[in-house]
Design a protein around this ligand. Structure first.
Ligand SMILES: Cc1cc2nc3c(=O)[nH]c(=O)nc-3n(C[C@H](O)[C@H](O)[C@H](O)COP(=O)(O)O)c2cc1C
Ligand code: SF4
Length: 458
């Protein structure tokens, strides 16, 4: 049995084991309440979470509005109802134990309004807000208004320093901890900076030491760092516990916590997760948010990567002219052989991109892309796929067909859609499900069983 001290998180002493928040509808009130009830920290996702009708059935998020703005309002209302529903379930299931954290994406559409309305509607249920994907400068202020803690998710000391200097210092009493999410290991969106190479992972220990030094400089010695990304067996992380250079630490389990009986996708995702081999999770820049993200390399991702490969530059003038997105453009004549072979093989629909290039899709792909862009409901603050921007309605660029509607794709992954055609976020250690004897014979543990197992070091 590993010796793990309790750590004060969001005001109480708990096991230093944290459920990674997972949208859409992967970490829920049920999973969060179960982690809290097991003595740790549960995290439900408040990103377009499910709400339920009077019979306890999930209310499908169907959009009836004719304009994007009308659909966006529907989305906000769904998100608020879902967040409140999940917070209340978490509270009930936790039996008053552990802590209940709520995860949001700073770059989700109307993030601040949604946070306000959920915290208002679920008063007393949520102990903290955990927020990543972007620079959540207003997070501390919002949390302190509601008397709850906040946890920024960062991937470098530099990002934390910028946040603290500019705003968190004014709300330091409510800063519960800092989540360090390793950008080369963690599932979901990843905080790689422009200067970092997706193919050259850096040592997480050194990055954590740097983060701790930065926090010490701000007199945050007693504020825990929650380590996320690639955490599986704690026996492999013994050097990160009781370590003077790192100070107080806790561990976050994002991918591993998917396979629990409380998680709504455990059964449907299990065959895929169990079959993964090392390297099957891909770190790509395809998300419409503009961030890198880590997901299972299924048909959907492969199709998108191939779409990028069937791409040529638009040039000022050339004898090779085609109709792309309804407009005649000249393209690089040196690529004519490739272009002809793509068209011959069915990729005959040319679509313009905002990078002055043209991609070649099948007519079905092109139809789906255009239809997804048209039915956008503004789920992000800015989306390169539809060119939606919540400030002013448009990014002022043409929509980018090389990305996809993440809202539609994540909703499908969580609600019984085709797993080969949806985005399945996963961390780079997900292949370990198939190797870890704990999951032999397709065993799915309860959260309590998983927490007990983690406490043994394995
Ligand atoms: C399916 C899935 C969905 C995720 N969604 C979110 C999310 O909505 N917000 C967030 O902050 N992190 C999200 N994450 C990241 C996790 O919270 C966690 O930090 C990360 O998975 C840790 O790395 P690991 O996967 O190696 O355990 C997601 C991860 C997965 C696997
Ligand atoms: S197109 Fe972009 S902003 Fe619109 S719903 Fe899809 S992911 Fe969200």
């Amino acid at each position: 049995m590993l010796k793990l001290d309790l750590v004060k998180i969001s005001g109480v002493e708990v096991l230093p084991l944290v459920e990674g928040g997972k949208g859409i509808s992967i970490s829920t009130g049920e999973t969060c309440g179960a982690w809290a009830s097991a003595g740790g920290v549960g995290t439900f996702s408040a990103v377009n979470a499910d709400s339920y009708d009077e019979n306890g059935k999930i209310i499908p998020q169907i959009y009836r509005g004719r304009s994007r703005l009308e659909r966006r309002q529907e989305l906000i209302d769904y998100a608020v109802a879902g967040g409140i529903a999940q917070a209340k379930i978490a509270r009930e299931r936790s039996n008053g134990k552990g802590r209940i954290h709520m995860n949001v994406l700073w770059e989700m559409g109307a993030c601040e309004e949604i946070l306000f309305r959920i915290l208002e509607g679920a008063k007393g249920c949520v102990h903290a807000i955990v927020c990543g994907a972007g620079m959540p400068y207003n997070l501390g202020e919002i949390a302190s208004q509601f008397g709850v803690y906040y946890y920024p998710i960062v991937s470098s000391a530099r990002a934390f320093s910028a946040l603290f200097r500019r705003s968190f210092k004014k709300a330091r009493d409510f800063l519960g901890g800092v989540v360090y999410e390793d950008p080369w290991l963690a599932g979901g969106h990843n905080g790689l900076s422009n200067a970092e190479d997706p193919l050259k992972p850096l040592n997480p220990y050194l990055r954590l030491v740097e983060l701790r030094k930065t926090m010490d400089n701000f007199s945050l010695q007693t504020t825990p760092i929650i380590i996320a990304g690639g955490v599986w067996w704690l026996s492999e992380w013994e050097d990160y516990v009781d370590n003077k250079e790192l100070g107080l630490t806790a561990f976050q389990f994002g991918t591993r916590s998917i396979l629990t009986t409380e998680c709504p996708v455990a059964k449907t995702w299990q065959p895929k997760l169990m079959s993964l081999k090392k390297g099957d999770v891909k770190l790509t820049p395809l998300s419409p948010t503009g961030f890198y993200s880590s997901a299972i390399g299924n048909k959907m991702l492969t199709d998108l990567l191939e779409l990028q490969d069937r791409q040529v530059d638009i040039v000022e003038d050339s004898p090779l002219k085609i109709i792309a997105s309804g407009r005649e453009v000249s393209i690089d004549v040196s690529r004519s052989e490739e272009v002809n072979s793509w068209i011959k093989n069915g990729f005959s629909a040319a679509m313009s991109t905002p990078s002055q290039t043209v991609i070649f899709a099948t007519p079905e792909q092109s139809k789906r892309i255009l239809s997804d862009q048209r039915s956008c409901c503004g789920c992000l603050s800015a989306c390169r796929f539809s060119s939606w921007c919540q400030n002013g309605g448009s990014l002022g660029k043409i929509p980018d067909p090389r990305s996809f509607c993440i809202q539609k794709s994540l909703q499908a992954a969580a609600h019984g859609g085709d797993l080969d055609a949806s985005l399945i976020f996963a961390g780079h250690s997900a292949y370990r499900f198939g190797e870890d004897p704990f999951y032999a014979n397709n065993f799915i543990p309860t959260t309590q069983q998983l927490v007990d197992r983690i406490m043994t070091g394995y």
